[in-house]
Every structure is written in structure tokens, then in C-alpha cells.
Write a protein that binds this ligand. Sequence first.
Ligand SMILES: C[S@@+](CC[C@H](N)C(=O)[O-])C[C@H]1O[C@@H](n2cnc3c(N)ncnc32)[C@H](O)[C@@H]1O
Length: 252
Amino acid sequence: MQYKYAKEHVDYSDFSSGRVFYSLPGHPAFPVRLASEIFQRCVALRKKIYKNSSPCVLYDPCCGEAYHLSVLAFLHGEYIREVMASDVDEKIVTVAKRNLGLLSLAGLDNRINEISKMLEQYGKDSHKDALRSASILKDKLLGLHKEQPHATKVFQANATNGKEISENIKDKSVDVVFTDVPYGQHSHWQDSEFNDSSNPLSSMLDALLGVLSSSSVVAIAFDKKQKVSHESYQRLEQFQIGKRRVVILKPI
Ligand SMILES: C[S@@+](CC[C@H](N)C(=O)[O-])C[C@H]1O[C@@H](n2cnc3c(N)ncnc32)[C@H](O)[C@@H]1O
């Protein structure tokens, strides 16, 4: 895969998971450069196909810690109006709320206080680095907030259940879905109804149909054991990077 947008090797250490952004042990973070590339491809496709370059409503129905969503809002906030996130796991939803909370000045200031207290208590270099990164993130946020702060919403829902999703998101309101679905190595699809012959990815695509706007694209990162094909979607792009496959679709 050739990077079309995130072409440069940039130092993303200010965005490292567990530094300013919250993380849970055992939950690997999505690579920042790849997230940036995929999101910029989605923005470009919306512009090309729908002639729509207005800031989007971004949604991840398998959000985990909402790490990649939060990073995208800092990196590409000018293309985003609202960030929505959901996950089936109640515990991880609380972490996602804290990460998306960092998109508000109050949330980020609160995090800066937490890190300052840790620095006072333990005096570690990692806390000094975190404070420096937090101040860089705060400058970015102040720049973005000159336009308008991002609206955020985080809720618990099964991504394969359209009813649970539409109870929390208005019909036809989501412009970009960008999700990194469970691959099996670190996280598994959770649902009592799943078995070897079920296809949770296809059920998720069914469940999303009601909330997708008329100028929407859906980007999914998955592994080669899973298949993404659905009669109500057209494939726009697909590529492989390491063990990950990425597909970008549009509803038909
Ligand atoms: C690979 S992780 C996502 C990590 C995320 N991209 C990040 O940057 O923090 C996949 C997530 O899917 C969630 N998941 C598993 N089954 C689900 C389901 N049926 N509905 C919604 N989320 C589910 C898991 O709880 C896990 O948090």
C-alpha cells in the first residue's frame, strides 16, 4: 500500500496511547499514520463522489478506547463536526468517554492536572513528556476551537444491532464510519448469537444502514480471516498493510 496523504514519516509521539490519551492494558493502539491515511482517503472520496466537503459526523461502532477517533479529531479536526463512538464492552466505553473528553478544554485541563499530580508524586521523565505533549495538544485544541468545539457522544451498543445503534444516533446522520473491528488476536466479536457460520461484519453493515447519511463512506480495518461483502454497499477502495486489510465502501 502506498500512502497517498500521510506520506511523511512524522513523529506522532505526542499522540502515544497511555501518554496523554488514556489506555487500558492489553488493548493495542491503532497506528496513527494509518488512521490518518484512511481518514483522509474517506474525506477525499466524499468530495469526489458526492461533491461534499463539509465537516463530517464520524462514527466508530467498535470504538474500543476511542483512541484512533480522538487522535483523528486532533489531527484533522477541521474536517470533523461531531465524533460518535460505541462499543459492546461497558468497561471500555468508560475509557472511550475519557479519551473523547480530551476534545474539550475542561477535559484536557483535567488530564493536565492528573499528570501534574503524578509528576509531583513520582517525578518520572515519562510524566514530564506527557505534560509537554498535553500542552502541544492544548494548543491544537485552542486552534480548532476557534471554529467550534467538536460535539461528542459515547454509548454502549452491539455493533450488529441496528436497533441499539438507532436508539442513540439520528437516522441518516453519519457521514464517515471508520472502524477497526475485532481481529481475534486481542479482541473478539462479542455476541451470544455468534457462531462459526455467522458473519458479524455483514451484520454490522446491515445495522449501520439506517444511520448513514446520503453522502457517507464506511472504512473498515479487519483481518484476512473475515470477509467484507454486502449487497447494499459498493467497494470504493481496498488495500492490505501488514496483517490488516482495509476496505472503504459506500452504501448503494
Ligand atoms: C480492535 S478493538 C478497537 C480499538 C480502537 N480502534 C481504538 O483505537 O481504541 C475492537 C473493539 O470491538 C469491540 N467489540 C467486540 N464485539 C463487539 C460488538 N458485537 N459490538 C461492538 N463492539 C464490539 C471490542 O470490545 C473492542 O473494543
